[in-house]
Design a protein around this ligand. Structure first.
Ligand code: PNW
Length: 470
């Protein structure tokens, strides 16, 4: 059984579902720009111009949520819909109205809104000034967050500042996989991370200072964790797997959630050493001042976790300094996945339920029993309505979650299935489908059809257990 106060929900993100990319006053964001100028980087050359058209069909979405019986709905705000230029001098009333309508309808239906303030869609005018490589982004993000708290904070009590900083920085600034498409591995990605962590802390303090006493909500950040299992039992590989977790999850989580604050020590040491060998005059990993470490530490009310899959990790002890720097080289590990693990349509996503239990135990130890909200978990396929593979995935991952709760005392408070709808899956366009509901992207009405997994999830939520449900 799931604990009595455990919450079930599902999630989406603005660029992936809303469409209406240039309607009702919305400004251009980096995903608009990226998909319009580099369609060849998207598998099916598609974009989010219309997507699920949830800008016009949010009422239908709420009906689907209601039917599944979820207790909360996680969605994200489009910064450029609210502030078309990115800066807070010009607020778009239609953008505010859209989110007010959605929030009010959710509340009327007894569904708690869990709001992600930023899920990857930076306003283009801010990206033109460097985006997350510009330290002023911390101010611009704070200004945006103030508008958001002022307009929605009377009803929204659960906030996430950022979704998956690691993906934003590694894929967006390090290796040109996601918008905005910088290619600055081992430099731009660290710089992005540095500013993003500061922006998060600033917004947490803003909430504390100006909003918490009246609004009484909870604020955190969502970080994704891919479990790292040692590739062999050797000490070197066991240390490598641990190092890889420090370089992936610890990078973002330690400064905020670890009692010592700051980046993991091993990360500071290895990046600094390698930078020196490469001829850099200073570490490619920026440093927090003592004051900043204290300012950032503890800026959370819970931990938001996205978890999908597991990798194997292996030590590479030789220190090559040829070619481009990279976070992976800095961490002195290589990672891969076991070809025998069940695949999905996402290249990186293999079905490994035990990795979920191990992740949660690891988090519980490292971050001292922090309350955890699972803010994403799910699997991709080709969009079958009878999606037995997805049911199987949820069944086994939920079971792995229950193991963590009951056998290892991990304090998990909520679970979010990604995603409510088939949607624009970033570089995978509309080819990889994560939805509990099928969306017909050839239909101008974007017809939604519940998959078998939606019915399965409904039953799990109603019974609050997984045994005996199929
Ligand atoms: C997440 N990885 O991205 C995002 O938050 C969602 O917007 C997205 O649709 C969903 O997962 C499915 O892709 C991730 O390589 C992308 O481990 C890649 C990884 C993890 C999460």
């Amino acid at each position: 059984m799931f604990p009595d106060d455990f919450l079930f929900g599902t999630a989406t993100a603005s660029y992936q579902i809303e469409g209406a990319w240039n309607l009702s006053g919305k400004g251009e964001n980096v995903w608009d720009r990226f998909t319009h100028t580099s369609p060849e980087l998207i598998i099916d050359r598609s974009n989010g111009d219309v997507a699920c058209d949830s800008y016009h069909k949010y009422e239908d979405d709420v009906v689907l949520l209601k039917k599944m019986g979820v207790q909360f709905y996680r969605f994200s705000l489009s910064w450029s819909r609210i502030l078309p230029q990115g800066f807070a001098y010009k607020i778009n009333p239609d953008g505010i109205r859209y989110y007010n309508n959605l929030i009010n309808l959710l509340i009327k239906n007894n569904i708690i809104p869990l709001v992600t303030i930023f899920h990857w869609d930076t306003p283009q005018p801010l990206e033109d000034l460097g985006g997350f490589t510009n330290e002023l982004m911390t101010d611009w993000f704070e200004d945006y967050a103030r508008v958001v708290f002022e307009n929605f904070g009377d009803r929204v009590k659960l906030w996430l500042t950022f979704n998956e900083p690691k993906q934003i920085c590694l894929q967006g600034y390090g290796r040109n996989r996601n918008a905005p498409g910088y290619n600055s591995s081992g430099i731009g990605d660290y710089l992005c991370g540095h500013n993003l962590i500061k922006a998060h802390a600033k917004v947490y303090h803003l909430y504390d200072k100006e909003f918490r006493s009246k609004q009484n909500g909870n604020v955190s950040i969502t970080i994704d964790l891919e479990w790292m299992e040692p590739g062999t039992n050797s000490t070197a590989d066991r240390e490598a797997a641990e190092r890889s977790l420090a370089f992936s999850f610890g990078w973002y989580a330690d400064p905020i959630f670890h009692p010592n604050g700051d980046y993991p020590e091993i990360m500071r040491k290895l990046v600094s050493e390698r930078s020196k060998r490469e001829g850099f005059r200073r570490s490619r990993l920026p440093q927090f001042t003592k004051e900043e470490v204290e300012y950032i530490k503890g800026t959370y009310d819970f931990l938001g976790l996205n978890h999908y899959t597991t990798f194997l990790g292996k030590d590479i002890s030789e220190i090559l300094t040829d070619g481009k720097p990279s976070v992976e080289k800095d961490s002195r590990t290589v990672t891969w996945q076991d070809p025998s693990w069940t695949a999905s349509t996402s290249g990186w996503l293999k079905v490994v339920p035990w990795g979920f239990t191990k992740s949660l135990i690891w988090l519980n130890n490292r971050y001292q029993n922090v309350p955890i909200y699972i803010t994403e978990n799910g699997v991709s396929d080709h969009g079958e309505i009878d999606d037995q593979g997805r049911i199987n995935y949820y069944k086994h991952y939920l079971s792995a979650l229950l193991d963590a709760i009951h056998d290892h005392n991990v304090s998990v408070k909520a679970y979010t299935a990604w995603s409510l709808l088939d949607n624009f899956e970033w570089r995978d366009g509309y080819i990889s489908r994560f939805g509990l509901h099928h969306v017909d992207f050839n239909d101008p009405g974007r017809k939604r059809t519940p998959k078998a997994s939606a019915e399965y999830y409904r039953k799990v939520i109603a019974a609050r257990k997984i045994d005996g449900i199929d």
